[in-house]
Structures are given as structure tokens and as C-alpha cells.
Design a protein around this ligand. Structure first.
Ligand SMILES: [Zn+2]
Length: 415
């Protein structure tokens, strides 16, 4: 078995991830790139509005972290969106800049005007969309798509054909459409899009293989989180050979959101062993910027970014949280710019008290005092139904220390 499951002071994950029985079933591509759509699909979250300056701030952070592609918006939406994309394209970022376009030539012209490198051309193919919303057949979709793909390609744009709601398409529609698309227009890549977040990981694998077999093109996966599986389904796509996954920072996006950028990055690097150059320790900074701009607070238990991801409350092994974090967590907190923390509450033990006293530089507390502090900490935790803050613990320490000092004085006076 490979030793990729362990990197000193970085991670210690399941070695079985690298067992031949597991890895042998994968058709991993040489490289996987991330196409981040926070500025388009993320802004599509109802109620979220990003100004030009907001979008530039997020794009710069995404680039700092090393995202390969940034979908900067849909120029047709508003003058502001157009302006944001134009300015982001001129920042000289390492990331390639993409725009989102409908299957109309005017959208491609706008993408070119913005100065971007690539374009995502969206058309519906999900049967419920065709049947109820558009009243189109797959031939209609083909007719609308071909000239637009040709136009984008002729202008040198990297062209991704994005037949959305792919996972609810009738297989014959999808097969007919994609077979004809590669004959008539040949985009650079095709998306498998789980718009409603309703496909299983194994399903996405199957669909990536199907689309590859029909088109022989690079396949990208874009999923949503309605069943809590957006990241899992995209990674399953990678296992079947998809070489680009779409994301939103903080899992932003309509309804339950898109696949979370930070989760994909860490999973590709740690669980799959890709030698990515992502600056993972900067992820919390990006998370904060996106959370502030979108006004979507990050849940305390959100993977990678949650405030409580590296905290321990119960007593056993608390000192290891800081001294030997890989005994307590699969990844070292520092890998993602975090620190381990021992918090105090109902489930604390003596070791938690001693640990926090040491942190405060208090060494003179005897065993009796520590037990008394623990009793008071537990009572306080139960009373407030939560964790104690530093101020509350300090108060307990002061009371206990002064009474035990008083007690000591009495004992010495009596003797
Ligand atoms: Zn989407």
C-alpha cells in the first residue's frame, strides 16, 4: 500500500483510500482542475448581491489560493456584471477567466468583449425542463447550440458545452445531442451537470463514462447539494476520468448550494493524493470574505471552515489536540490555516482544566483546586447550555484560587 495516507504534521487519513482494491477501480485523470463559479452560480443564491469591488476581492483571493479557472459572471445579466468580468480579466491573474453564456451569439460576443479566456455555453437537456419549461426537442437544442459553439471556437475561446440538468435527461436525447454536437461543432469539453443535485455518486461515474464514450472529449462535472452529496458526486466523476470539477466557495449556490470549493481542494490533495499547488492555509481568509459579502454565515460544523472543526470538549486526550493533533484529527489544523482548541463545558475533564490553566500561565493550582474548578465549569456549562468563554473561566479560576489561598492561610495560622 502506498504511504500517501500520511504526511508528517499534515495529515493521517485512511490508508485504505490507497489500497489497490480501491484505487484499482479508479480511472483518475493525470490532473484535475477546479472551475470556481462563486461569482456566477454563487451570486445566483437568492438574496446574494455582489458589487464589482466584491467580485474583484473574491477573484483575487481565489487566485491566491490557486484555483485554475474562475467563472467571473454572466455579462448579459447587467452592466455591472459585464464590468466586473472585464476588470477581473485585466487583473493579470494566473487563473483563466470564464463567462457563462446562453446559446446565443450575442452572449459570445460579450464574452469576447470582456476579454475572457473561455465560455460555458448553457442549454437545457433535462427532460422535465424540455417538456414543461421550454417545449423543445433535443433537435431544437442541437440547432441552437451548433452555431454558437462554432462562433465561440472560431474566436479562440475555450468552449465548454454545458447541457444542464444532464442527470434528468432521457438517455436517447443526451446521446443523440452529444453525438451530433461533436460531429457538427466539437467543443473543447462537455459538462455533466446535476442541476437538481439528484444523482448518486455511482450515477455520475456512469454518466461521465457514457459521455466520454460518445464524445471522446474532456468531461467536467458540476453538481448541487440537494442530497448532501455535491462534493461526493464530483469526486466520483473524477474517479471515472472527469478532469475538471465546478465549485463555489463556502458551498454557496441556489437551494442547498454547489460543491464546496474548500472541500474539493482538500479532498483532491489529501484523499486522492494529487500533488496540487493549492494554498490551503489561505482557505479561511477566502471563507471569511465570501461569508461577509454573501451575508451567509458559515456553520460552526461546516467541513474545513467551521469554527468548531478542531475543538475538543471531553477530557480524554485533550492535550493531544495541540501536542499531537493527528491523534485527534485526520488533518493537522495548520494544513488549512487553523489551530486546535480545548474548550470548556459540561463534558470537560480535569485534563481540560489543567491544559487551560497552563495556557494562562497558572501553575500553582493543586489537585483539590482543579477538581473544584471542574465542578464549577460543568455547572456553568449546564446552566448556560453551552461552552464557557475565556472570561467565565477566568472568573472561576480567580474564585477558586482565592478561596484555596484563604484556606491555606487558615491552615497555617492554626498550626
Ligand atoms: Zn449550478
Amino acid at each position: 500500500m502506498s504511504d500517501q495516507y500520511f504526511r508528517e504534521n499534515q495529515w493521517w487519513v485512511s490508508p485504505y483510500n490507497f489500497a489497490p482494491e480501491v484505487r484499482g477501480t479508479f480511472q483518475l485523470p493525470e490532473r484535475v482542475s477546479i472551475h470556481d463559479a462563486t461569482l456566477r452560480d454563487g451570486e445566483q443564491t437568492p438574496g446574494v448581491v455582489m458589487s464589482v469591488a466584491d467580485k474583484i476581492a473574491i477573484a483575487e483571493k481565489l487566485d491566491e489560493i490557486g484555483v485554475e479557472r474562475i467563472e467571473a459572471g454572466m455579462p448579459a445579466v447587467s452592466e455591472q456584471d459585464f464590468e466586473a468580468i472585464r476588470q477581473i480579466s485585466r487583473l493579470g491573474l494566473k487563473a483563466r477567466i470564464y463567462t457563462f453564456a446562453r446559446a446565443i451569439n450575442a452572449d459570445i460576443d460579450k464574452a469576447i468583449e470582456c476579454g475572457c479566456h473561455g465560455v460555458i455555453i448553457e442549454v437545457p437537456i433535462g427532460y422535465p425542463k424540455l417538456k414543461y419549461q421550454f417545449k423543445w426537442t433535443w433537435e431544437d437544442v442541437l440547432r441552437k447550440s451548433v452555431p454558437v459553439i462554432q462562433h465561440a471556437k472560431s474566436r479562440g475561446l475555450h468552449t465548454v458545452f454545458f447541457p444542464y440538468d444532464t442527470t434528468r435527461a432521457r438517455e436517447e436525447d443526451l446521446k443523440n445531442l452529444l453525438t451530433r454536437i461533436v460531429q457538427d461543432a466539437r467543443p473543447d469539453a462537455v459538462g455533466v451537470v446535476d442541476t437538481m443535485g439528484c444523482a448518486l455518486p455511482e450515477t455520475i461515474k456512469h454518466m461521465v463514462r457514457l459521455v466520454k464514450s460518445w464524445t471522446n472529449l474532456s468531461v467536467e462535472v458540476h453538481t448541487h447539494n440537494d442530497f448532501g452529496m455535491a462534493v461526493a458526486t464530483e469526486l466520483a466523476g473524477v474517479e471515472a476520468g472527469a478532469d475538471c470539477v465546478h465549485s463555489c466557495a463556502n458551498g454557496l449556490g441556489e437551494r442547498t448550494g454547489n460543491a464546496a470549493l474548500e472541500e474539493l481542494m482538500v479532498a483532491l490533495h489529501v484523499l486522492y493524493g494529487y500533488d496540487t499547488q493549492y494554498n490551503l492555509s489561505k482557505l479561511p481568509e477566502l471563507g471569511e470574505v465570501v461569508s461577509r459579502i454573501s451575508r451567509f454565515p458559515t456553520a460552526a460544523n461546516k467541513p474545513i471552515l467551521g469554527a468548531r472543526n478542531f475543538t475538543r470538549e471531553s477530557g480524554i486526550g485533550v492535550d493531544l489536540v495541540v501536542k499531537e493533533p493527528l491523534a485527534m484529527f485526520g488533518t493537522h489544523p495548520a494544513l488549512t490555516g487553523r489551530t486546535g482548541e480545548v474548550v470548556l463545558g459540561k463534558k470537560s475533564g480535569k485534563a481540560s482544566i489543567t491544559y487551560n490553566l497552563e495556557r494562562m500561565g497558572i501553575t500553582e493550582a493543586d489537585d483539590e483546586a482543579v477538581s473544584e474548578m471542574l465542578r464549577r465549569v460543568k455547572d456553568k456549562g449546564i446552566e448556560k447550555r453551552g461552552l464557557l468563554d475565556e472570561e467565565e473561566f477566568r472568573e472561576i479560576v480567580e474564585i477558586v484560587m482565592s478561596t484555596s489561598a484563604l484556606h491555606r492561610d487558615e491552615v497555617s495560622a492554626n498550626s
